[in-house]
Design a protein around this ligand. Structure first.
Ligand code: GAR
Length: 190
């Protein structure tokens, strides 16, 4: 699931393509049908589902739309790569402990509601942190909460801007996500 530029999604696909990550990407769910991630999925022949409060204004239909996708495609893990909406309870229950998210900070620092994308890096710089980084964690009902599966540290430089820091953290994200997914899946016997 993604709704941004899709660089993490692309990085995961590249590891699958290189056969370093033994996986198949069955589908992509987006919250915004014009996002970069959707374009990447289309270019790779991956089915894209657009589910949002615009496509499904009725909350029950919204919730059902996710379950319909899961009914159609049997999956082992749901991977959030720049997906900013809270997941529905039924989705969380359906895939308990098998939904992963990546966050551009060293959680639990700079996480929670309101901390996403650029805002995270602005907050890290405002707090004069010497280090930032990326975290992969299991998704629980709360924003950026849930068991931490992997982290990668990135230095913060004195002349960093939110954009330069974001770019450095993004590289760490791309290196961290597939390895963490691989190791977590292996720990569950996949
Ligand atoms: C990534 O930095 C990801 O960690 C962040 O959104 C960006 C998406 O970039 N996610 C969050 O902030 C979640 N709270 P991408 O679309 O290029 O992968």
């Amino acid at each position: 699931m993604a709704s941004g530029a899709g660089s993490n999604f692309q990085a995961l696909l590249a590891q699958i393509e290189a056969k370093r990550l033994n996986a198949v990407c069955s589908f992509l769910i987006v919250n915004n049908k014009n996002c970069g991630a959707a374009q990447i999925a289309i270019a790779n022949g991956i089915p894209v589902y657009h589910i949002s409060s615009v496509t499904h204004p009725d909350p029950l239909e919204y919730e059902q739309a996710f379950l319909d996708v899961l009914k159609k495609h049997e999956i082992d893990f749901l991977v959030l790569a720049g997906y900013m909406k809270k997941l529905t309870n039924s989705l969380l229950m359906h895939l308990k402990n098998r939904i992963l998210n990546i966050h551009p900070s060293l959680l639990p620092k700079f996480g929670g509601q309101g901390f996403y994308g650029r805002r995270v890096h602005e907050a890290v710089l405002a707090a004069n942190q010497g280090w930032s980084g990326a975290t992969v964690h299991l998704v629980s009902g709360e924003y950026d909460n849930g068991l931490i599966l992997g982290q990668s540290m990135v230095p913060v430089f004195i002349n960093d801007t939110p954009d330069t820091l974001a770019a450095r953290v993004l590289v760490a994200e791309h290196n961290l996500y597939w390895k963490t997914l691989r190791d977590y899946a292996a720990s569950l016997g996949y």
